[in-house]
Every structure is written in C-alpha cells, then in structure tokens.
Write a protein that binds this ligand. Structure first.
Ligand code: GLC
Ligand code: GLC
Length: 583
C-alpha cells in the first residue's frame, strides 16, 4: 500500500518531498510560526481562507492547522472529532478538491497545511461502524463490544473519565451490537464516538489508507488526535501504553515511504514524564512524531500567572527529558480544548506545595472564584466524585482582559494585556513551533453565543472557540487599541524570532535556578547562533536576577525597553518580558 501510494504521489508533492530532503528541518526553523483555526469561524469556507492569507503572512505563519474538516456525523459532533467519512470534506466547508487547491495555494506562500487525523475513534455513523454492527465480516474486529458489565467494570476500575459530567464511563450500551443482543461498546469520549480496536490489523490498514488520501491531497502535517488512547491494557489508565507508540511508529515508518514530506504531530495531553515518548524518546530514539504539544509549558505559564510565582514552572520544566534533536515541540498558550492541570505531585512537593490543593486552587482561580482573581474562565467537566475539573475560557479572559473591560479599569486592562503578551513571549521564545490560536492575536473575549445552539450548549469549550470578530479584526493595525497592541506585539515576536538561530528547535533549552521566585528564565544555545536568554516577571512587583546571566547579551525584544542592569542585578518591571541574545 505504501509503495502504491508513493507511486501515485502527484508531481507537485514529489517536488515537495525533494525540497524536504534539503530543508527537512522546516518545522524546527525559527521562521516557522503556526496558526490554528476553525475554517468556518475564521473564514467561512476553505475557499474563504484565501482571503485571510495576508493576515497569516503578517503574523509570520508557515504552518496552518485547520480544525477537523472531514465530514462529521449529523447533529452533535464534538467540534468535528466524530468523523463519518474520512474521504470527504464537510460539505459546509467545501470539497476535497477545495482542500487540495488550498494546500497548493498555501504551499506557494511557504505555508504547510495541518489537518486532524482522528484515529482513536470514528463516529457511530461511520460506514465501518455500520458494517461492524450489521455483522459484515470485513469489519469484524473494528470495534469492541461486551455482552455484560463484567469486562467494562474491570476496565473502568482504572480508567479515568474524560467527560465525567455528560459521558461518564468508557463504554456505552448499543442495542444492535453482538448480532442484535446488544453490547457495551468502547467509547472513551462521547457515546457517539466509538473507539477503534487497534489490535485489529484491518483497522491499521484502513487508517493508513486515510493517511495516504490526505497526504495525496497535499496535507503536510497530520495531527494525531487523542494519540495516548490507542493502546488498551487491563489494569492501567489505558493511556500512553506501549501499543499506542507502536501504532504511531508503524504509521510513521510507512508514511515516510509513501509521502516523505509528511510529518506527524502528537496530540498527547499527558503528564510531563509521558510526553517526550511521543517525540520518539524511548529506551533509544525511535522515529514517531516530529511534533508534540508542549502542554507542560502551557500549564506552567498559567500556573505562574495565577500564583505570581515561577518556581514550580522552573522546577518542572528544568527536569523534563529533552526533545530529541530532530523533533520540535508545538508550544502554545491556548487551544480549542480545556486546560487540564498536568502538575505532577512530585514537582509540586519539590517547591513545598501540595499537588491536589494547587490544582484545586488553579481551578478556583481561573473560574474566577478565588478572591481577587483576574480570570473569567469556567470549570469544564467537574467530576462530583473526585472533585477534579478542567478550565475553559479564552486566553484574554484567563489573563484578566475580559474582567478589566467589564470593570472599565485601565490599569487592570494593561496588566491583562501584559500577561497575554508575556505568555506569548515564553511560547514564541521557547523553541519549537509556536501555535497561535485564532482570536488570541486580537485578545478576543469569551464567546457566549454557543449557549443558544443546542448542539453546543452543553460543552463550554465553545466559549473559547469564537467566530472571528470582524470589528476587532479591523482594529488590528491601530496601536491605540487592545487589538492593535496585541497584534503588533505578536508580529514583532515572529519577526525577531525568525532572525534568532538559537531558537532553532534542535538547540537544547535550559532553565537556570534564579533567586527571585517571580522570574522564569530559560536559555538556549545553538552552534549557528550563540546564546539566547528569555526572562519573564510573572508578578505585579519589580523583580531582578543576577546580572551575570545576561552579561554580553543585548535585549533584542522586550515589553519595556532594554533590560537595565544595576548593582549586579538585571531588573525586570512588573509583568514584563525580555528576550536577550548575543549580538
Ligand atoms: C482531542 C480533541 C478534543 C476531542 C477529543 C476526542 O483531544 O482535541 O477536542 O474532544 O480529542 O476526539
Ligand atoms: C483529550 C485531550 C484532553 C481534553 C479532552 C477533552 O483527551 O487530550 O486534554 O481534556 O480531550 O477535551
């Protein structure tokens, strides 16, 4: 199959494959900035995206992730993550030909298209699921159904719930399963998303076919959705099992043969120790995904802003296993999902905090329930049994911008904008592809529109999935507006980043021990480009670090002009950030 797909690869894509032999590190290159958007919410349709290409160029974008766009089931579809047909585009967005021509137009601009591959589950309405239910032998092993609760109970004893409030458990009763007797079908997510059984070779072959279809249309990055869930082992939490990695490695190896330019990105929102395996760091390096979300960095940025203390972030980030040098993190401030507090108890204890209480604090803080909180998020999927919850809300709302606007408080608004930019300064300066989430370049507020839509009302992740606000968009070049201030700063981060070889993802990042708890610092060094230091002050008071850290470096970009050194200290104003590099 891989050789046939390679033989069928269109000429333009063969040229791309050839180009990638030369610039195969494009996704590690500091000139690469990513942008993530829902096609409809950003630009209506795939064709509409063409009208936004200048906007993307302004932001330095070379990687565009369009959220799930294959044909989903009718009705609720989890934002497109319940696919009913992997060979067709959602007709509301366009056609496969539109996708192919958009991929070509992007390529001409030096932009790579990323598309989701939902591989843990299909919609219950997918033809594979229908065939399986009808007893078609071609789909015999595609899904799992148990006749009674014995096995589901045994599995659920150790599997945490993803959606405890509306979809508790990991199995759903399907009356037509088991030849009509009914059965408990594996449904990790919503009940209409049926988990594929990846121990079945035909599942692997069928999904590989999907990879080749998308690659053949010019998709360059596949976002491997819910990757941790692909392997199931009794007695475990059924995440990050060796089988999940085996599947990704096998898909990767065959894709290299069929479509050498294609790279994988793992969506594995897991504990810090489990993360780097998705980049292939196992007992030895095994090529797996070139990219993986750096959810630890994301969580630590928010944790630091809430506590105004960077010690936990510094500790947790310092001890992480480095990414293999041929891979890159996808760094981000915000995405379309809730924020789950991946704070390890061991890391919390190392700075004298209790893990569970800190996670509870973060939920209270970002839901705006903690006294004095600037955030206006909301709890997502609060679990009545465990008290666990995650957080929804736009980046601007979580940074205090919504609250300041509601209270007409200019000082609070300035602080909110500073937090938003500080967070992006970390993510753009860490190394790897920074993913800018649509709307964050304009500090878009929480959107309450979803509540009026019965298909969305029960899922408050829609509060941070707003439609593009055209009025805010029109203000983006006006530096006297919040939109203009944020947009201008982000274009600056992208432009300066592009010229800093030390931000090439292959360079290791180090997190020095600093004596001021308010400051997070990180350093990078690359053979082609000297030393880089990033510094942020997450508190509302002035902070400082030993000036030796920045000796010989120039401030290349910052919130408050060149970093001032005096009395052996480098000084950082409240909520400020700075990038320094060897001249
Ligand atoms: C991923 C998506 C999330 C979705 C889930 C199930 O985690 O990011 O939005 O609900 O997979 O497909
Ligand atoms: C996936 C993501 C997790 C998210 C969930 C629902 O499991 O990995 O972060 O909470 O989907 O959005």
């Amino acid at each position: 199959a891989a050789l046939a797909a390679a033989a069928a690869r269109p000429q333009a894509l063969r040229e791309l494959d050839r180009r990638r032999e030369v610039d195969g590190d494009w996704f590690q290159d500091p000139r690469t900035v990513g942008y993530v958007a829902y096609t409809d919410r950003f630009a209506g349709t795939l064709r509409g995206i063409r009208t936004r290409l200048d906007h993307l160029s302004d932001l330095g974008v070379r990687y565009l992730h369009l959220m799930p766009l294959l044909r989903p089931r009718d009705g609720e579809n989890d934002g497109g993550y319940a696919v009913a047909d992997y060979t067709a585009v959602d007709p509301r967005l366009g056609t496969m030909d539109d996708l192919e021509s958009l991929a070509g137009a992007l390529r001409e601009r030096g932009m790579s298209l990323c598309v989701d591959l939902v591989l843990n589950h299909t919609a219950a309405e997918h033809p594979w699921a229908r065939g399986w239910l009808a007893g078609d032998p071609r789909y015999a092993g595609f899904y799992t159904a148990y006749p009674d609760r014995e096995m589901p109970d045994a599995w659920e004893a150790t599997i945490p719930d993803v959606f405890p409030d509306r979809a508790p458990g990991s199995f759903s009763w399907v009356p037509g399963a088991n030849g009509g007797d009914g059965g408990w079908v594996w449904t990790t997510f919503w009940d209409y998303q049926w988990d594929l059984d990846w121990t079945c070779p035909e599942v692997f072959a069928a999904m590989l076919g999907t990879v080749f279809t998308l690659a053949g249309r010019g998709v360059e990055v596949l976002r491997m959705d819910a990757a941790p869930f692909l392997g199931k082992r009794l007695g475990t939490n059924c995440q990050n099992q060796p089988e999940a990695h085996d599947v990704l490695q096998a898909l990767h190896a065959l894709t290299r043969i069929a479509a050498p330019a294609v790279v994988f990105k793992a969506e594995a929102i897991v504990a810090p120790d489990d993360l780097v395996g998705y980049l292939g760091a196992h007992d030895r390096y095994r090529p797996e995904c070139e990219l993986a979300y750096h959810n630890q960095l994301m969580v630590m940025v928010w944790s630091s802003l809430a506590t105004r203390d960077a010690r936990l972030a510094a500790h947790a980030l310092r001890r992480m296993t480095p990414a293999p040098p041929t891979t890159a993190w996808a760094t981000y401030v915000r995405c379309h999902d809730d924020i789950g507090w991946a704070v390890s108890d061991v890391d919390a204890a190392a700075v004298g905090w209790d893990g569970p209480s800190h996670r509870r604090f973060l939920n209270d803080f970002f839901a705006g329930r903690f006294p004095g909180s600037f955030a206006r998020g909301a709890l997502f999927q609060e679990d009545p049994d465990t008290g666990d919850a995650r957080i929804s809300g736009s980046a601007a709302a979580l940074c205090g911008i919504d609250d300041a606007r509601a209270r007409h408080d200019p000082a609070a608004l300035d602080a909110g904008v500073r937090r938003l930019l500080l967070a992006h300064a970390v993510v753009y300066g860490w190394g790897g592809i920074p993913l800018l989430y649509m709307g964050d370049e304009l500090a878009l507020a929480n959107d309450t529109g979803y509540r009026a839509d019965p298909e969305r009302a029960a899922d408050n992740r829609w509060m941070h999935r707003p439609p593009m606000d055209e009025a805010a968009f029109a203000r983006r070049y006006d530096p006297d507006t919040v939109e203009g201030r944020v947009f201008g700063a982000l274009t600056g981060l992208a432009a300066v980043r592009a010229e800093l070889p030390a931000l090439h993802a292959s360079a290791p990042v180090e997190v020095p021990v600093l004596d001021d708890p308010a400051v997070l610092g990180w350093t990078r060094r690359h053979p082609r480009g000297g030393r880089f230091v990033g510094l942020v002050n997450v508190s509302d008071r002035p902070a400082s670090v030993d000036a030796a850290l920045v000796t010989g470096l120039d401030t290349v970009l910052s919130s408050d002009g060149p970093v001032r050194t005096e009395g052996g200290r480098a000084h950082l104003p409240p909520l400020s950030w700075a990038w320094l590099a060897e001249p």
